[in-house]
Design a protein around this ligand. Sequence first.
Ligand code: GDD
Ligand code: MN
Length: 421
Amino acid sequence: MRSLQSLSGMGSRFTGIRLHPPANKDGPTFSKERAMKTESQVIELPAERGMIAVQSPELSIIVPTFNERDNVLEVVNRLETCLSKNSWEVIFVDDDSRDGTAARIREIAQHNPRVRCVQRIGRRGLSSACVEGMMASSAPYLAVMDADCQHDESVLPRMLDILKAEDADVVVGSRYVDGGGIGGWNASRAKMSRFATRLSRTVIKQNLSDPMSGFFALRRSVLELAVHRLSNIGFKILLDLIASSPQPLRLRETPYTFRVRHAGESKLDSQAVWGYVMLLADKLVGHIVPVRLVAFSLVGAVGVFVHFAVLSTLFGVLSTPFRYSQAAATIAAIASNFALNNVLTYRDMRLRGWKWIKGFVSFGLLCSLGALANVGIASYLFKRDTFWALAAIAGIVVGAVWNYSVTSFYTWSKEGRGPRS
Ligand code: GDD
Ligand code: MN
């Protein structure tokens, strides 16, 4: 199908131009109002001077990258080989990698107009990168694939065929159906993947053998219906999309074998596990309480342990005067809370270097105010005959909410986001 692009001014005559057939032909349905906007396929474009006919891609492949400079050309070459019969583009979404990945992608794009680069500054995260890449595309079909050649790109034409022919909404590349495999994974990673798959049942009801897959294709309408509800946390964008969909999706699976990485290193670390826990928590309770507040409170509970560990060592074991022991324990708890929140609660806007020190100071000062509010409210209630434990809990809750609100604003503000890593 063809679309037209206007390069210069308006012509005097207007012609109806048919764009791509609706990707959501029989897929998830829009509200009436939305349907009017997105499904009306005939638009008016000026037909005279300055018009050139261009082929717009039917499939956009979104590839998130973080330090993948030595892989991107290989990915493009492989896509060229396997998609020679399709109309496609590849959108790399790079989180300002230090190794010059974005520059390499742009270099390739200079010679190949199918290649595009979205370079994000001051942000990190595989899921959110994929979403931004998908939003930067206007193709009716989208696919997500890693940049390290671990996903078998030769499956893409088949995924596209299934989406079109079987009226499926999402086609998932699965390692766990007949014909698929996990390649050279060690036993512990395979076990972890199986456990994570089982946990995913808490947020998605559909029967899917590989909901943790990072390799899948979908109709654009699936994204459009889910996009405002996405959590955008961590690595598991497929799970997020399915769990955020307002209506059940028609899912298909197609096998592939997970290959070994072409070059570079995996970014999946213990924090990706935490990101997964946060995603599940957001999907389960995020509509009631912000998931960052949950994480912040859990970190606060760890802080109480740290406080008592330091206090009992200094005061109980080393017989340091109580006042000094308590002061040291308070500083240790604030430091550990700050460090943990920085790597867990605010991983996507983690502070580093000089900004870490500034953040620590602001966190300490703001939390001291929280402590004052805590003690003030607890004492006030206690004086008015509130049971002591209830008074204490009220103080803790007010202090925690204060700490969370002000530090999320001042300590991990947008402007405070650290340099890339
Ligand atoms: N933009 C961006 N930002 N890209 C990222 C980030 C990030 O913060 N973190 C990782 N990536 C990119 C990597 O550059 C790579 O292209 C892709 O995301 C996957 O990262 P890997 O580090 O290679 O992950 P993996 O191989 O351990 O796991 C992948 O495959 C599994 C099986 O399909 C991921 O896709 C998992 O989600 C998936 O379960
Ligand atoms: Mn990988």
